[in-house]
Design a protein around this ligand. Structure first.
Ligand code: NDP
Length: 325
């Protein structure tokens, strides 16, 4: 028997409770994993609260990522005792996920734990951290270099934002953070932001083309924020867009693209190919300093997840939340 967070639906409302499950309750898959840590991502928040239509089949165990040890394998790629990480692939959305003591998934969805990480650190990074690295790699591929100029990170206190600020600063970029929470300014500066701008500076409808300030940007917010960022990007610069914390619309014009050659780079971590994931994980190990794990991560239990899910969907979570199984 092991504990799991189980989501059920009653009268169109999503209800969550911690239950005892058995291995036989788990869905099909060729590897069984002893889950040590999961983490709380924005999408988990939407799933657990029911604020977003993430889950279509109930009951469901949420948790879009986890790290742990192989307990049983029917696949030659993994042996019992191997340490592994899973992020994405619809796990925690349409297949039971990481917020349980055990998970049964497809071996093809796992990556080996990179040397230098353990389950706890892997989930301190989690989907959010992986996505931050994929955004950094997208900017690099678009030719944005540390010497190109300032890089803007929106939703900076959140999971993706806080890892992005840290990574960019470790790579030698000059980072400006945007945050709606003034109280997080000291933390963002400790993580490596050289300045922190208030969110309110980006929330009103701006001009199609504004003054050029940014060589690049990582946007986790979408909507008017992304539109305003695009209008301020330098000629030939790039914006990696991965999130919708402020809304999924994009009220922009073609002007930044056709008059300044600005590149809008879409970033997805869920179905990112394995090779690129491994590159991203290895670079995360290389670049994330120990101080990130101490400053920007907190640990909760399954019993705390419902409350934390409400908080993350209200933009009230700072940094990363690990869920210990
Ligand atoms: P978090 O909630 O941890 O971070 C989001 C941050 O955005 C908040 O901390 C807050 O930062 C800011 N924010 C919240 N609400 C608003 C608002 N209404 N308007 C403007 N800013 C707001 O979430 P994550 O970091 O886990 O995820 C960020 C986004 O990225 C989400 O939309 C998520 O779905 C997406 N995502 C996408 C992935 C992909 O593969 N494409 C993978 C992972 C995440 P502050 O208070 O500092 O302003």
């Amino acid at each position: 028997m092991f504990k799991a967070l189980v989501l059920e639906q009653q009268d169109k409302k999503t209800l969550s409770s911690v239950k005892q499950l058995e291995v036989d309750d788990l869905p099909e898959g060729d590897v069984l994993v002893d889950v040590e840590y999961s983490s709380l991502n924005y999408k988990d928040g939407l799933a657990v609260t029911g604020k977003g239509k993430i889950i279509r089949n109930f009951p469901m165990v949420p948790g879009i990522d986890f790290a742990g040890t192989i307990a049983h394998s029917d696949n030659t790629s993994f042996d019992k005792g191997d340490k592994v990480i899973l992020t994405g692939w619809g796990v925690g959305e349409n297949h039971w996920g990481g917020m349980a003591g055990m998970a049964r998934v497809k071996a093809s969805q796992l990556v080996n734990m990179p040397v230098g990480l353990d389950s706890k650190k892997a989930m301190a990074i989690g989907t959010a951290g992986l996505t931050a690295m994929l955004c950094v790699m997208a900017l690099e591929n678009a030719g944005v270099k540390p010497e190109s100029g300032e890089i803007l990170v929106t939703g900076a206190s959140g999971g993706v934002g806080s890892v992005s600020v840290t990574l960019l600063s470790q790579l030698g970029y000059n980072v400006t953070a945007v945050s709606g929470r003034e109280e997080n300014t000291p933390l963002l500066q400790e993580l490596g932001a050289s300045r922190v701008l208030p969110r309110s500076q980006f929330t009103e409808k701006g001009r199609p083309l504004d003054k050029q300030f940014w060589a690049g940007a990582i946007d986790t917010v979408g909507s008017q924020m992304l539109a305003n960022v695009l209008s301020q990007v330098n000629y030939g610069g790039a914006v990696a867009a991965c999130g919708l914390a402020g809304g999924f619309d994009l009220p922009t014009t073609v002007m930044p693209f056709i008059l300044r050659g600005v590149n809008l780079l879409g970033v997805d971590s869920v179905y990112c190919p394995l090779e690129r994931r491994m590159t991203a994980w290895n670079r995360l190990v290389e670049r994330l300093p120990e101080s990130f794990f101490q400053r920007a991560c907190k640990e909760v239990t399954l019993e705390d997840v419902a409350e934390q899910a409400e908080a993350i969907t209200n933009g009230q979570v700072t940094g990363r939340v690990l869920v210990k199984l």
